[in-house]
Ligand binder design. Structure first.
Ligand code: NAP
Length: 251
């Protein structure tokens, strides 16, 4: 018997990077997985790759930052697959920007996807989990939610928000059978970092503290940790923020 046999998992941001690696890992261990992404083509391709064995995966389009989109997509997942047992909130965006030049659009987009999006997905799956008195939610935070990272005020604020949102939901729902935890990766080898740009006038030295001498992690390594926490092996983990960052937050 595999760890996720007969369980339904929802993974956001599943068309790429950590979301895809997590969907793949949960499916390999028996879960039926709903892959949610803003980019439906990417989620569909990812689901096809996962489905090439005995596994079961299905793609859905969602904008996690929009209340209506989240509720509509989660309702579709429930009607297609049943009530989710596991939710992994991987969808996330970021951009390096000098804070004095921050725009309303960029600030609201980053907070909207990373923080509000994580909350909206939790809000939408919680009623089913409460009814079953069983569920596990893993939010993806970041080293940037635990330390200052230059030129990343919106991203740091959003991920710091995810850290304490996780704790708040954990204490609210632990006696209803729902566990909420977070994983805080450091640099990962995913397409994300190529989209951040480099702020004008910044020096490579500014980024030394967020680079581990071990280099970046692979998304599959982080996905293995997510799977542990989501599974019954993590039964006693509640409201934890588990770092996996090559040591960048340890000193
Ligand atoms: P990624 O490869 O860029 O994947 C993120 C996925 O989320 C993309 O498929 C993206 O779609 C999707 N997405 C963006 N906005 C969305 C929205 N509004 N609704 C639904 N999906 C949306 O990034 P990743 O590196 O795997 O990141 C996964 C998580 O890890 C993020 O929360 C990130 O903040 C966190 N993290 C990453 C690193 C790192 O170094 N990579 C480090 C620490 C934490 P599009 O391609 O269409 O935008």
């Amino acid at each position: 018997m595999a760890r996720f046999d007969d369980l339904i998992a929802v993974v956001t941001g599943a068309g790429s990077g950590l979301g895809y690696a997590t969907a793949q890992r949960l499916a390999e261990e028996g879960a039926t997985v709903a892959l949610l992404d803003l980019n439906l083509d990417a989620a569909t391709t990812a689901a096809k790759k996962i489905n090439s064995g005995q596994k079961s995966a299905r793609a859905y389009s969602v904008d996690v930052g929009k209340w209506e989109s989240v509720d509509k997509t989660v309702a579709k997942v429930i009607s297609d697959l049943g009530q989710p047992d596991i939710l992994v909130n991987c969808a996330g965006i970021g951009k390096f920007v000098r804070s004095e030049l921050e725009t309303q659009e960029n600030w609201e987009r980053i907070i909207g996807v990373n923080l509000t999006g994580t909350f909206l997905m939790c809000r939408s799956v919680l009623p089913g989990m409460i009814e079953k008195e069983s569920g596990s939610i893993v939010n993806i935070a970041s080293n940037a939610g635990l330390m200052g990272q230059p030129y990343s005020a919106a991203y740091c604020a959003s991920k710091g928000g995810v850290v304490n949102l996780t704790r708040a939901l954990a204490v609210e729902y632990r006696s209803r059978g729902v566990r909420v935890n977070a994983v805080a990766p450091g640099g990962m080898n995913t397409p994300m970092i190529d989209t951040w740009g480099f702020p004008e006038g910044a020096s490579r030295k500014d980024f030394a503290r967020i680079m581990s001498p071990l280099g970046n992690s692979e998304p599959a390594e982080i996905a293995a940790l997510v799977a542990f926490i989501a599974s019954s092996d993590g039964r006693y983990m509640v409201g934890q923020i588990v770092g996996m960052d090559g040591g960048i937050t340890c000193g």
